[in-house]
Design a protein around this ligand. Structure first.
Ligand code: NAP
Length: 252
């Protein structure tokens, strides 16, 4: 029996079920495009044929030269600016960090404010884009006490590291309480690929495993990911939307 006439429609139906959003040529906004991880996410998206709007408070910092790359000025903590930059996009990646001068409250860390800005700006937007934010590894732990006890550096309340760590928990809680389409991609502790000048390199394995509940460890018990594979996982998620309204982590 010749099965070929049936295979094409079957494949098309399976692809439609697998991911209505597995679109090529998405328009993707990247906050943190001037940053280490965000910069690689920009490169990955462009390599896969997507159009990228890179956002920075100082767009002169965005030196990518590519026909599908547009640098824009924007602030991820400003809802009006966020709305103007993201409306019409298919997806938004948020890969930012920072603490305001002299204010080390986790709620006021840039990544926590980014989540509340996204939730506020997107909730009523027509055809609102899907948001993926890069999170913090310690949020895989269930309590603040365990997060602090297992942090990879000393952390005490009222300091920038505390705001950074707990700010990621505030961001995750904000998304969980929101009514927008979001994903938080939580890296493992061991992000590999930093160079002495802080720029991530492009070494990668080209594969990774995922979990929504626990750290992903390899056969030797290591929790690690090449930063280029983290960038690939971010764009995989934008294309496949396997973890909408969930947090997931990755590892080998
Ligand atoms: N193991 C882990 O869990 C782990 C490890 C590393 C990083 N991370 C997380 O991954 C994310 C990215 O880290 P990274 O090392 O790539 O950061 P990075 O290199 O320090 O870059 C930070 C980015 O944040 C942007 N930014 C800061 N404030 C902003 C604002 N108000 N509006 C718009 N953009 C703003 C900066 O852009 P401009 O200055 O150009 O505006 C910059 O591109 C962070 O959330 C970080 O905590 C997690």
């Amino acid at each position: 029996m010749n099965l070929r006439p049936f295979l094409a429609p079957l494949l098309a139906a399976l692809l439609a079920i697998a991911g209505a959003h597995a679109q090529e040529n998405q328009s993707i906004v990247v906050y943190g495009a001037s940053g280490s991880i965000g910069g690689l996410i920009v490169n990955e998206a462009l390599e896969r044929g997507h159009s990228v709007i890179g956002v920075s408070r100082s767009p002169d910092r965005l030196t990518v030269e590519h026909a599908n790359f547009t640098p824009v000025q924007g602030d991820v903590t400003d809802a009006e600016s966020f709305t103007a930059v993201t409306s019409g996009a298919d997806g938004v990646v948020i890969s930012v960090q920072g603490t305001p001068e002299g204010d080390f409250a986790p709620e006021n860390s840039t990544h926590a404010l980014a989540a509340s800005t996204a939730a506020e700006a997107l909730v009523g937007m027509e055809n609102a884009p899907y948001v993926l934010q890069i999170g913090g590894a310690t949020t895989m732990l269930p309590t603040i006490e365990e997060m602090l006890a297992n942090a990879p550096f000393p952390v005490s309340e009222g300091t920038p590291p505390y705001a950074m760590l707990i700010g990621h928990k505030v961001a995750l809680d904000t998304y969980r309480a929101s009514d927008i389409d979001w994903t938080v991609l939580t890296p493992p502790f061991g992000i590999m690929g930093w160079t002495p000048d802080g720029i991530a390199d492009t070494q990668q394995l080209g594969e990774y495993r995922t979990s929504t509940t626990e750290f992903v460890t390899d056969a030797d018990g290591n929790m690690s990911i090449w930063v280029a594979d983290l960038a690939a996982a971010a764009i995989d998620e934008l294309e496949n939307r396997a973890f909408v309204r969930q947090r997931f982590t990755i590892g080998y």
